[in-house]
Design a protein around this ligand. Structure first.
Ligand code: BGC
Length: 723
């Protein structure tokens, strides 16, 4: 009898081990692979795959040949390789990459195809570096111009951010690299980012802040999502049950993995039951190096395993996390179609430059005397001495800024590109210094040095017949940098005074600004031309010079409102409670009236409105016409050069029982027109354009009253027609 039982057990065991290894079969449906893999894993192996094993990897199952996940920042290129277990550079010599323009610049292109180009190019670099998960893109809403990380996001409007992020994710993930859209959600400021609790209405949450994430999940099928540090309803978003299990997984059907922000996990029970799937970055250095806290001590490691073993949390909770991790592994690391990728290819530099060119926004361009043409594009025959002033003409803007910092193979600075085109005509004066980009610390600047730099610039300006000022923000702490917000709306480092004094010497002056945020411009009336460049990545100089010289006609449009004064931003009237918060509580009292929605609601005229951007040509809009649900308009290029125009389509709900914005962006189309050419552009009003989150019913409703349609080249330059 004993013999029979033993043989039966042996038989069962052999059956189990010889069971077809479905999980390794790339042709098998992913869900079957996942089920099969889980059935073979021990509890400990399951625990191992749901938390970090190094700074940027989570474990696979070596015994079963299941690969680990290699992750990396994000979002503008692949971050430099770091040591396995620290934030220190690994000092590799083959991890120099292309820095792509900042996501705010991408949003400013209003070009969905370019977004797909970006997603493809950057994911090829990730694939080449052996990465499976790209920590980006970011779609937090630019609610305040002080947010130190706004440059990593796509502006103030949820529709624009959604339309731009969907093609990005789709084309990146085609290469077998998962996007990890971040930071979910309400991480709209860096001040107190680890602890601030955000209070807001459900309609603001759904309409404004969740919407780009929802579209990334529902329309782009994003594979992973990063929980944010901050809290909502008093619970950290990295393991917020209502947010992750409720909205994200149940309501939107997200089937991928929720990854914590690095160090964003704070509690085992919440992490276990609150929807987190992979815990990353808890404490700074694990493995006994700087702290006693090892990878086994992670909240989702031994402490969670214990709860499972004691039966306090059912195995299904663990299995569900494992299923999500395995799905991600099969879609990326073990995806037979994963691209090999490439690094620093010509195509990547070209993508970088093209996106930069289309993202640069021409904000002002006038003639300096009545008989002249506008100052831009530059007519080189007119100038013999061109003085370039400003630190951003030479400073690397790919370094600093926090986790998005990049180690590039080759960057072209604005000064280099200008010298390449205009040769000896170019002279340079730094004009001001901003000090070093030290993470978490503002460098001390010697006032004597600052004064000397200014004197030098003013002296050189007296001999110049054209000045190109190249300044703005940079990646220093308290500028555009993670883990700190800007100290104010004004530009720093005495730039305003310098620009004012330069403009008094020479009226032929172009101002070129870099930065992820709007800023005050007390000098705007005294300069002839202004370009805003966001951050342009490795090809910064070439993209800029192609615009300055007229080789490329500018076509960028603002994804964010530039206010005349800081006080005009819609939340500021609610003082500290609305930003940066009091006692770590912040209240979004402006509700859905963020950005242009708020300026229009408050009837405040911005300096440069959302959607605004000039061209070297001019466009004439015909009268919009309506046929059924479709509104059409003819757009003609009435100038002398070929150019691109973004036609924006807004809808206002005229008779809604609830208060609504005057109008909201619902569609846009970017077209290219030759001089004299006319194109008809049509927009159809389908149900999805009439959705709104009702205060009364606390859910999405479809508006069915009269609408006013607004069509034009910016939010403030529109024609309206009733529908
Ligand atoms: C940032 C994330 C980043 C992570 C890893 C965090 O501090 O908030 O955006 O992906 O670090 O570097």
């Amino acid at each position: 009898m004993k013999k029979i039982i033993v043989s039966a057990i042996l038989l069962l065991l052999t059956m189990n081990t010889t069971k077809a290894q479905v999980y390794l079969d790339p042709q098998a449906p992913i869900e079957e692979r996942v089920k099969d893999a889980i059935s073979r894993m021990t509890t400990h192996e399951k625990i191992q795959v749901i938390h970090a094993q190094s700074k940027f990897t989570s474990a696979g199952v070596p015994r079963l040949g299941i690969r680990q996940l290699n992750m990396d920042d994000g979002p503008h290129g692949v971050r430099e390789e770091l040591e396995w277990n620290t934030w220190n550079p690994a000092k590799w010599t083959n991890d120099f990459i292309v820095a792509f323009p900042s996501l705010t610049c991408l949003a400013a292109t209003w070009n969905r195809e370019l977004s797909a180009t970006y997603g493809n190019a950057v994911s090829e670099e990730f694939a080449f570096r052996g990465k499976d998960v790209m920590l980006g893109p970011g779609v937090n809403i630019q609610r305040t111009p002080l947010n130190g990380r706004a440059f990593e996001y796509m502006g103030e409007d949820p529709y624009l951010a959604s339309e731009m992020v969907v093609p990005y994710i789709q084309s990146a993930q085609k290469n077998g690299v998962a996007c990890c859209i971040k930071h979910f959600v309400l991480n709209d400021q860096e001040t107190d980012r680890f602890a601030v609790n955000v209070n807001l209405s459900n309609r603001a949450l759904h309409e404004i802040y969740l919407e780009p994430f929802r579209r990334a999940v529902v329309d782009a099928h994003v594979y992973t999502i990063m929980g944010s540090y901050n809290m909502w309803k008093g619970v950290h978003c990295c393991h917020n049950d209502e947010l992750l299990n409720g909205i994200l997984k149940r309501d939107w059907g997200f089937d991928g993995a929720v990854i914590s922000d690095w160090g964003g996990t704070t509690d085992t029970w919440q992490a276990a039951t609150g929807g987190l799937d992979i815990e990353m970055g808890s404490y700074t250095d694990g493995k006994l190096k700087e702290s006693e806290f090892t990878y086994d001590d992670y909240y989702l490691a031994r402490p969670f395993e214990k709860l499972i073993e004691e039966g306090k949390i059912p195995m299904e909770v663990l299995d569900e996390k494992v299923a999500r991790v395995l799905r991600t592994i099969f879609r990326t690391a073990m995806n037979p179609d994963k691209a090999i990728g490439s690094q620093c290819s010509d195509a990547h530099y070209e993508a970088c430059r093209t996106i930069g060119e289309e993202g640069i926004v021409l904000l002002k361009n006038v003639a300096t005397s009545k008989k002249e043409h506008p100052l831009l594009p530059l007519d080189p025959t007119k100038y013999n001495k061109i003085l370039v002033v400003g630190e951003n003409a030479t400073r690397s803007l790919t370094q600093g800024g926090g986790s998005s910092e990049l180690k590039t193979l080759h960057d072209v600075s604005p000064l280099e590109a200008l010298q390449a085109l205009y040769g000896d005509k170019i002279d340079h004066a730094q004009g001001y210094t901003s000090g070093r980009a030290i993470y978490d610390q503002v460098d001390r600047i010697d006032p004597a040095r600052q004064a000397a730099l200014k004197t030098e610039a003013l002296e050189k300006a007296r001999n110049a017949d054209l000045i190109i000022f190249i300044g703005g923000l940079n990646k220093n702490h308290r500028q555009d940098c993670e883990n700190g917000d800007r100290e104010g709306y004004a530009l720093s480092f005495d730039q305003n005074e310098l620009i004012g004094e330069l403009a008094a010497i020479q009226q032929n002056m172009v101002v070129v600004m870099f930065g992820g945020n709007p800023y005050a411009m007390p000098w705007i009336d005294s300069v002839a031309a202004l370009l805003h460049c966001w951050y342009l990545g490795s090809e910064a100089g070439n993209a800029l010079v192609n615009i300055l010289s007229g080789k490329v006609c500018p076509s960028g449009k603002l994804p964010v409102t530039f206010a005349k004064r800081y006080e005009h931003y819609p939340y500021v009237k609610y003082i500290n409670e609305s930003y940066p918060g009091v006692n770590k509580q912040v209240y979004y009292k402006e509700d859905i009236y963020v950005g242009y929605r708020g300026f229009e609601h408050d009837k405040v005229e911005p300096l440069f409105p959302f959607g605004f951007g000039l061209s070297y040509t001019t466009f004439k809009y015909g009268k919009p016409t309506v046929a059924g649900n479709t509104v059409s308009v003819d757009v003609t290029n009435t100038g002398e050069v070929e150019g691109k125009e973004t036609i924006q389509f807004y809808i206002g709900f005229e008779k809604c029982p609830e208060d609504r914005p005057l109008k909201e962006l619902k569609d846009f189309r970017k077209i290219s027109l030759k001089p004299g050419e006319t194109k008809k552009v049509s927009f159809t009003v389908g149900k999805e354009k009439l959705r709104y989150y009702s205060i009364a019913s606390d859910k999405w409703e479809t508006y069915d009253g009269p609408c006013k349609i607004y069509i034009g080249g910016s939010s403030a330059n529109v024609q309206s027609i009733k529908l």
